[in-house]
Design a binder for this molecule. Structure first.
Ligand code: NAD
Length: 268
């Protein structure tokens, strides 16, 4: 674990969905920035592996099995973290599930399951972990959103809707809790290679097409998102609240780069 900075030295950071992909990258980066990290995930072995990596590298972490969609599970997780690491200074909501299908035949059970984890799960973790923050009049929440909050992904209706709702929730919390010392922001990843998206990059042609769509010419990594999350979690962003930070290599600004263009008319 390379030392990133001391930006989170002594802070207790809770990261949901931290057993894999972007959450894992964020948990490792928080530890590298000096934080004590609570690695929350529904997958016990994955959470334990990440906490083990941090502890084995001289950091301090604990793994917690938690289903963010169930309030009792979140309450239990909060108590465990508080007992073992101390009350949370930073909450990073990241856990999500991915199911796809055309809107007109999206099964209601799948729709509800996606909203329960990807949106209500964010609310429940905020609702519970903010309590000690409000008491301390200090705390930071970082929500992992997605470019799809604005540029929707076909066949991922509830996913895009949940991400748009997270933006609204983030603004709501920034306004309601800002006067009580809490900052809340959202980071929007673009195309990031993780276990959840690995299949989209397995085929070289599909991978190359995706890379061509990104002005910076590469697919993002969990570390790219983790850098932004640590920045938003740290005092370096002390005056930033209610903001959206897009980390996508320019992909979201590239609509006209994806269609044929007329010859140049002003070339010197
Ligand atoms: N990978 C991308 O290209 C991309 C792009 C934009 C946004 N995102 C967002 O980044 C976040 C992480 O995505 P990822 O690609 O790393 O996915 P991932 O599947 O690799 O990791 C998600 C983690 O969440 C955990 N999880 C799922 N349901 C849970 C629950 N109910 N309670 C607790 N944990 C649960 C999973 O076990 C897993 O460890 C998500 O919010 C996703 O929407 C990803």
């Amino acid at each position: 674990m390379d030392k990133l900075s001391n930006d989170l030295k002594g802070k207790v950071c809770v990261v949901t969905g931290a057993g894999s992909g972007i959450g894992r990258g964020i948990a490792l980066a928080c530890a590298a920035a000096g934080a004590k990290v609570a690695v929350l995930d529904i997958q016990e072995s994955h959470a334990a592996e990440v906490a083990g990596l941090i502890n084995g590298d001289g950091g301090q972490a604990m793994s917690v099995v938690c289903n963010v969609a169930e309030e009792d599970s979140v309450i239990a997780a909060r108590a465990l973290v508080s007992n073992q690491l101390g009350t949370a200074d930073v909450l990073i909501n990241n856990a999500a599930i991915f199911r796809t299908g055309p809107l007109e035949c999206f099964a209601l059970a799948d729709w509800n399951a996606m909203l329960a984890v990807n949106f209500t799960g964010y609310f429940l973790c905020c609702k519970q972990f903010v309590l000690p923050m409000l008491k301390a009049e200090s705390g930071v929440i970082v929500n992992v959103g997605s470019l799809s909050a604005e540029a929707v992904v076909p066949n991922m209706g509830p996913y895009s809707a949940a991400k748009a709702a997270i933006v609204a929730l983030t603004k709501q919390m920034a306004v309601e809790w800002g006067p009580r010392g809490i900052r809340c922001n959202v980071v929007h990843p673009g195309m990031i290679e993780t276990p959840a998206t690995a299949a989209a990059y397995a085929n070289p042609e599909s991978r190359a097409a995706r890379v061509r769509a990104v002005p910076l010419g590469r697919i993002g990594t969990p570390e790219d998102i983790a850098e932004a999350a640590v920045f938003l979690a740290s005092d370096r962003s002390a005056y930033i609240s209610g903001a959206e930070l897009t980390v996508d290599g320019g992909f979201g600004r590239n609509l006209f780069g994806l269609v044929p263009r007329l010859p140049d008319t002003a070339r010197s």
